[in-house]
Design a binder for this molecule. Sequence first.
Ligand code: NAI
Ligand code: MG
Length: 502
Amino acid sequence: MNAVRNDLNVSPSTLAFLDRPKHLLIGGRWMPAASGKTFAVIDPATGREVCQVAEGDKEDIDRAVTAARCAFESGPWPTMTPAERGKLIWRIGDLILGHLEELAEIESLDNGKPLRVARVADVPLAADMFHYMAGWATKRHGATLPISVLYTPGVQYHSYTRPEPVGVVGQIIPWNFPLLMAAWKLAPALTTGCTVVLKVAEETPLSGLRLGEILQEAGLPDGVVNIITGFGETAGAALVAHRDVDKIAFTGSTEVGKLIVKAAAHDLKRVSLELGGKSPNIILKDADLDVAIPGAANAIFFNHGQCCSAGSRLYADASVYDKVVAGVAEQAKKIKLGHGLDPDTQMGPMVSEIQRNRVRGYLEAGEREGARAVTGGKAREGAGYFVEPTVLVDTTPDMQVIREEIFGPVVAAIPFKTLDDELIRQANATVYGLAAGIWTRDLSRAHSLAAKLKAGTVWVNCYNIFDSALPFGGYKQSGWGREMGDAVLDNYTETKAVTIRL
Ligand code: NAI
Ligand code: MG
C-alpha cells in the first residue's frame, strides 16, 4: 500500500489525509464501525487499493440518527440565530476553497476524474453551494394571511405561516460528483435548520470524510451532520427504513429511487429524488455547428458520461446529420484517456469495475441489436476501468442503448426530418425527463421547443450549465423535487400555519 502511496503525485496534505484512519463521524466524534469492519477504496485508473474506510451498517446508522435527533431537539443548533447559521455555512464554503487543491486531488484519485476538472468544477461549485445557501438562512420567511373564516362571523384572527425544518434528514449520494453532491444535499438542509445523516457512495467515500473534518473546523455543532461510509443495501437501506428519520433525500439510480419510495411507505417519511436521465440533445439545421458540435461532444463526454444530465441521445436535422456525426466522432477520437492525476488526461476511467462492465454490456447490446460505432465502441481490458468515447449510429427507438441510461461516454446520434411530429415525439419518448439541449440560431423556435420538451432543464446553445441559483431536477422517472435554487428549500421545510383569535 505504501508503494501505491509513493507513486501518487499528490500533495503532502493529501497524503496525510490518506494516512489518517477513515472512521465514521457520529455526534462529533470519529469512530470505527460498530462491527469493526472496513472496506477498500480503489483507484479506478489502476484497480489498486488506496486505503480502507469503515464499513458502517445498521448499528452505526442507529447511533448516527440518535446523534442527529439529539442535535435537532437540543444543544446549540436549534437556538442558533439565522445570522449565526448563515455565517457558519458561509465559513464552510470558504474552508472548501481553502482546501481546494487537496479536495481536488482526493476527488480525482477516488473517482478517476481529471484533476483539472475537479479543480475548476467539483470543488469550487461545492463551495459555491454553501456560499449561496448561506444567504437563505436569513431570507426564508413565512407570510401573514388575511383570512375570512365564513362560519365564525364577526370574529377576527391573526394568521401567519412559519417555515420550519423538516427534522432529521437521511441523505444518500452517488459517486459521480462526490463532494458536489454532498454540498447539494448538506447546504440546503443546514440553511433550513435540519440535522443530517449523510451516507456517501461506497465507490467514493473519501471527499465526504474530508468534508466532515472541514465541517468540524468551521465550528458546526456536534451531531448536526453525521457521515457514514458503507454500502447501499446495508447502511443506505437502514437509513431509509429508520423510523426516527423524517426525510430521505436521494441522488442515484431510478431503480434504487423506487426502492426508497416503497420503503418510505410504512411511515410516509418525506422523500425527494434526483434520478437518472436519457436526455435528448437536439441540433437544428440552422445551428452554428462550430459551437454545436463541440457542445454535443461535451454534453456526453463530460465526466466520462457519468452525469445524470448527459446528452446521450443526439438528434440532428437530417441535412446536417453527417457533418454532426463526423464532427462529434472527431472530437471523441481526440480525447486523451489516462489517470486523473496525470496533467495530460482529458478523460479518466469509469468509477469502478462494475460500472465499466455495465457500460461494456450496453456497448455489446448495441452491437447485437444492430447499432454501429463510428468511433470507440470498446471497454478496455486490464487494470484501469477505461471505456473509449463512443459514437453510435444506425440505432432504432426500441434498442436498449436508446431507452436506458448508460452512464458512460456513449452517445447515439439520430437523424430527424420534421420538427413537431417526429422530433418532439421521439425526444419525449422516454421514461426520463431530466434535461434537454437545443442548438439553433432561431430564438422563437428555441422557445417553442423548450416549452414542448418534458424535462426539468433545457439548455439552448449550451449544455451542462449548472448554478447554485438554478433549480435542477426531473420530470417523470427522473425524480421528485428540485435541487438548488430556492426550490430545494422546500425539500427540507414544513410549513406551519398559526392562527390566533383576536
Ligand atoms: P445506486 O443508485 O445503487 O447508488 C447511489 C447511492 O445509493 C449510493 O450511495 C448507494 O450506496 C445507495 N444505495 C444503493 N442501494 C441502496 C438501497 N437499497 N437503499 C438505500 N441506498 C442505496 O447507483 P449505482 O449502483 O452506483 O449506479 C447504477 C446506475 O445508476 C448508474 O449506471 C446510473 O445509470 C445510475 N446513477 C445515476 C446517478 C445520478 O446522478 N442520477 C448517480 C449514480 C448512478
Ligand atoms: Mg446500485
